[in-house]
Design a protein around this ligand. Structure first.
Ligand code: HEM
Length: 210
């Protein structure tokens, strides 16, 4: 499973087959490839609900700190959550642009964050944001568009130094607050697969293989 996840991830980020085929061949003796999903970059980094996806990602050293386990045996490793979501396109398209922006918490065309005071409490960027004691804990998302004109969606690909950053974000999305506000993006997408992986650091793998 790990091999397949990594193959899928690399396949959607670099030159597709040139990388995925050798990786699949390398792992063939020890792992079956159970899923082979082709992701692609769409327009100006939009997902297929047509919003720019990845804007609030950490950059530079902040990204390194968000993604890599900082110390100990697994220093340099990371946690990886992969989930496939299919868009409920007809229902999404039936919303006005203003209502779509309320669901995401950003403007559609120019990708500006809606001011906190005006954001809907059920907005995706309200419910997915992780904070501990007032400090935001970032993850790094490398989502990819997937599918065809008929059936399409998003492969969520998220990395974090702590697995709990990913699980907390998901839990907040699906759990309603006291006023019933869960993440309304979930009304317009259907999760079809999902798994969490630990990606060990190179040094750990080298030690295992001698
Ligand atoms: C169909 C699936 C999803 C779609 C289409 C989607 C799309 C988006 C978009 C358009 C944004 C705003 C732009 C940006 O900052 O990237 C965003 C932000 C974000 N999403 Fe998602 N997302 C999906 C699933 C998830 C999942 C499953 C998680 C968590 C496990 C997640 C976590 C986040 C976080 C943490 C932010 C940044 C919030 C902020 O600080 O402003 N998303 N997503």
């Amino acid at each position: 499973m790990l091999a397949c996840a990594l193959a899928a991830l690399v396949a959607c980020t670099v030159s597709l087959l040139a990388t995925a085929v050798p990786i699949a061949r390398l792992f063939a003796p020890i792992a079956d490839c159970v899923e082979d999903q082709r992701g692609f970059k769409y327009l100006d980094d939009r997902d297929l609900i047509n919003f720019v996806d990845g804007t609030e990602n950490p950059r530079g050293t902040e990204r390194v700190a968000a993604v890599l386990v900082p110390s100990g045996t697994y220093a340099g490793g990371t946690h990886l959550l992969i989930q496939t979501y299919l868009d409920r396109q007809a229902e999404w398209n039936a919303l006005t642009i203003e209502d779509q922006e309320g669901v995401i918490g950003r403007t559609k065309f120019d990708d500006i964050e809606i001011p906190d005071a005006e954001k809907k409490p059920f907005a995706h960027n309200v419910k997915s944001k992780v904070e501990i004691d007032g400090t935001e804990i970032k993850m790094f998302r490398q989502n990819r568009a997937i599918g065809t004109a008929k059936e399409h969606g998003t492969m969520f690909v998220g990395f974090a130094a702590e697995a709990s950053t990913l699980t907390t974000s998901l839990r907040q999305m699906i759990t309603a607050d006291a006023d019933g506000n869960y993440d309304h993006l979930l009304d317009f997408v259907t999760a079809t697969t999902g798994a969490m992986y630990f990606v060990p650091p190179q040094a750990f793998l080298d030690a295992m293989t001698g």
